[in-house]
Design a protein around this ligand. Structure first.
Ligand SMILES: Cc1cc2nc3c(=O)[nH]c(=O)nc-3n(C[C@H](O)[C@H](O)[C@H](O)COP(=O)(O)O)c2cc1C
Length: 381
């Protein structure tokens, strides 16, 4: 059974990928989406969203990360996929599920689900441009307004060359409103020859088991459930292995303390002081769904703007580290600088992300125009 950690723009960045993969049980991560328009992005953009590229493409816990691209132009996506592939990620993933208006307005993300022919062309062009040894996968929703073309879309991706599909069991219109239609993922699984990973609304071990049963998929992708309960992947594995005694919360609050300490350590190392409190409160906000202690801390500290004061309350003086400006005095927070020595440059200002908020616009700067290659898939479909 593979358990993948979902891409979540504005929330599940390299810091949280580091922490959640240390918790255990995750087989692979997908980066937040990297938005592609009409240029080949400079390498620094890929490193900024996916600093793991500087460390063999894995999180510090050794879990591989796949880079995700979002766009609608087959040639441009292919050129950017080739550049990403040259940095040796553990595969290239293509986003056909983002419901954000700013992305859909430019024909990217879930908007493509109305155009299976274009989806096919994108996959074909990316597949033939990146080296044969690079895995190309895709993540999709069930459709835009309804799921009538879900199977057609999945087949377009698989026949175009996607080696794995992750299916979020909802349409764009359904947004993040429960339920997720796991049985519809099953219909896709039966219609394509490539592995299908089921995604959406898996918050507990029981959800994971029901999702597996209804979709027929063994492999699952965990998003918000894993952020709220970092022990979820371990608990799912234990349940599947027949260790029924473990409850849905795999790690209790005490077991989470070392992970909170790592989180804070990365935050104060890499994020400027004025954004540190926001980053801590963002994760606390989500943790309170499963942990009453997080709820108490969130209520007590929601108005606090000094991250170290929150860290002191949560972790004590040792866990909170040195006072004053701490190591964040040297934090680099400007877009466009390459990470060095494993340092992490966030993609954007940390902000409060409620549990049901969707992805926003990454708004990366562009530089080099995409090749206008003769015979490219845009012209020969
Ligand atoms: C804040 C947020 C950001 C997201 N960003 C991305 C993204 O960058 N790429 C992507 O393919 N899906 C993105 N998603 C969708 C998730 O990967 C996942 O499909 C969705 O949250 C359903 O899974 P869950 O119920 O386990 O959270 C995002 C979802 C949220 C809530």
């Amino acid at each position: 059974m593979k358990l993948l950690l979902a891409p979540m723009e504005g929330l599940l960045d390299a810091t949280l990928r580091d922490v959640l993969t240390r918790a255990g049980g995750i087989s692979r991560c997908v980066s937040e989406f990297i938005r592609v328009t009409d240029t080949v992005l400079p390498e620094r953009v890929f490193f900024r969203v996916m600093p793991e590229l500087a460390e063999g493409g894995c999180t510090p816990a050794g879990v591989p990360v796949r880079g995700q691209l979002l766009g609608s132009d087959p040639v441009c996506l292919a050129d950017n996929a080739a550049r990403l592939a040259s940095l040796s990620p553990h595969g290239v993933d293509l986003n056909f599920g983002c419901p954000a208006k700013v992305v859909n307005r430019h024909g990217g993300g879930a908007a493509l689900l109305d155009e299976p022919e274009l989806m096919h062309r994108i996959l074909r062009e990316v597949r033939r441009t990146v080296p044969a040894g690079t895995v190309v996968s895709a993540k999709m929703r069930l459709g835009t307004q309804d799921d009538a073309r879900a199977v057609e879309c999945a087949q377009a991706l698989a026949e175009g060359g996607a080696m794995e599909l992750v299916v979020h069991g909802r349409t764009k219109l359904q947004g993040y409103r429960p339920p997720a239609y796991w049985d519809r993922i099953g219909a896709i699984r039966e219609a394509v020859a490539v592995p299908v990973v089921a995604n959406g609304e898996i918050w507990t071990v029981d959800d994971a088991r029901r999702c597996q049963a209804e979709s027929g998929c063994t492999d699952l992708m965990l998003g918000r459930g894993m952020v709220c309960d970092p022990g979820l992947a371990l608990a799912v594995r234990a349940a599947v292995a027949g260790e029924g005694a473990r409850a849905s919360v795999g790690l209790d609050w005490a077991a989470l303390q070392p992970l909170l300490a790592v989180f804070w350590d990365r935050v104060r190392l890499h994020i400027v002081p004025r954004h540190q409190a926001g980053r801590l409160k963002q994760w606390l906000n989500l943790l309170r769904r499963c942990h009453p202690e997080a709820e108490a801390a969130y209520q007590a500290w929601r108005g606090e703007t000094d991250g170290r004061r929150i860290a002191l309350a949560l972790l004590g003086p040792e866990g909170a580290g040195p006072g004053g400006e701490g190591r964040a005095a040297g934090a680099r927070y400007t877009a466009g600088s390459l990470p060095s020595g494993g340092a992490f440059v966030p993609t954007h200002s940390p902000r409060h992300v409620p549990v049901f908020q969707g992805p926003g616009d990454l708004g990366v700067r562009t530089q080099e125009r995409c090749a206008d290659r003769p015979g490219a898939a845009t012209q020969d479909a």
